[in-house]
Design a protein around this ligand. Structure first.
Ligand code: 5GP
Ligand code: MN
Length: 341
């Protein structure tokens, strides 16, 4: 699998066809923004486009889902399977291993149509014939921009596409606070010139919380936060009964893990949730400590250097114990090891 296969991908784009775009489970702003941006672009190129997400997206992003056929595999797999079988090409956005899309991955694995991966996560698996993959990209949405720019399609850029791309960039960079390069800021400027209403988009993404979310955040910080001062680590956990008490739905816990990093002494942030059948982990870090490597080595997961996740089949208590044991075995996190420059 060539990881920068622009020529073949251009050939697929330049011939109008039935294109299905798939992205990962629990789609976030980048999964949704990049998928919608590519969909609008392909529709302008004459394609018939259908987007499929494995599970539901947060209502927050509903404003982006316009003028494109979007469906949810968890809810309508019987109706979606024939569409996937009919696809001339499948674009896989913002994930790089079929197990990130669960049962839909098994189904797609059996299809013979060409697949195109557009992604920025480390260690891509070779499930696609073609790829546009760059670990250096802030977001998959930035890669959709790059694809349009380097493929010489910028005449198709419009406010709708630009807004979708900007949404992916803003959400994957914490509103341009990390994974920021000079290049991405230039692209952001270009997107603004293309007609993004930046203030409105900021309000829609970052200033549209519900009181329920704010109360849940308060509960996490007041009652569920534990600091391992000796190991530069903060942990927040949520129990099954928290899920019931706070009526927590998919997506409602998004972003909570990041609050731990606001503490100066915290380098590693861990968010542990007790799901119906598994324990799910979200990891975040500051600096060079790779939580992707930690997730891969100990929690069957992966992701990026500073943002990763994983899971475990165990009790919540055992999962919290395991995190503490793992953290304690990284000498670079031990306070006594800190080198003051
Ligand atoms: P989040 O904590 O927001 O759910 O996930 C952060 C990042 O970690 C995701 O972008 C994804 O790259 C990665 N990630 C989360 N959960 C898993 C998992 O179970 N397996 C793998 N390989 N990566 C994950
Ligand atoms: Mn992403």
């Amino acid at each position: 699998m060539n990881l920068q296969d622009l020529t073949h991908i251009k050939n697929l784009i330049d011939t109008p066809r039935y294109s299905v775009i798939v992205s990962h489970r629990n789609p976030d702003g980048d999964a949704i923004g990049s998928s919608l941006a590519l969909a609008h672009f392909l529709q302008k190129k004459g394609h018939t486009v259908h987007i499929v997400f494995p599970s539901e997206y947060p209502p927050l992003f509903q404003f982006l889902v316009e003028d494109v056929d979007v469906s949810i595999y968890d809810l309508h797999s019987d109706a979606i399977k024939p569409k996937l079988k009919m696809a001339d090409v499948i674009f896989a956005l913002d994930f790089n291993a079929l197990d990130r899309i669960d049962r839909m991955g098994e189904f797609i694995h059996g299809l013979t149509c060409p697949k195109v991966m557009i992604d920025h996560h480390i260690d891509p698996e070779p499930f696609a014939e073609y790829a546009f993959w760059r670990e250096s990209a802030s977001s998959t949405a930035e890669l959709v921009y790059d694809l349009m720019k380097e493929g010489e399609y910028m005449r198709f850029m419009d406010p709708q596409i630009a807004t979708s791309i900007m949404c992916g960039i803003l959400t994957d960079t914490g509103s341009l606070s990390y994974s920021v390069s000079p290049e991405v800021l230039v692209k952001v400027a270009e997107l603004l010139k293309s007609g993004v209403d930046y203030r409105e988009l900021q309000d829609k993404i970052f200033n549209s919380w519900s009181a329920k979310y704010l109360k849940l955040l308060g509960h996490c910080l007041s009652n569920r936060m534990e600091l391992l001062d000796e190991h530069q680590t903060g942990i927040i956990h949520l129990t099954k009964s928290d899920y019931a008490d706070f009526d927590i739905q998919r997506g409602d816990t998004e972003g909570i893990v990041n609050y731990l990093l606001k503490l100066q002494e915290v380098t590693i942030a861990v968010f542990i949730t007790e799901q119906p059948n598994i324990i799910k982990f979200s990891f975040r870090s500051k600096g060079d400590f790779s939580v992707a490597a930690m997730a891969a080595a100990h929690f069957k997961g992966g992701g990026h250097v500073n943002a990763s996740g994983g899971f475990m089949h165990s009790s919540l208590e055992a999962a919290i114990r395991k995190v503490k044991d793992v953290i304690k075995n990284y000498p670079q996190l031990s306070k006594s090891e800190i080198q003051i420059p």
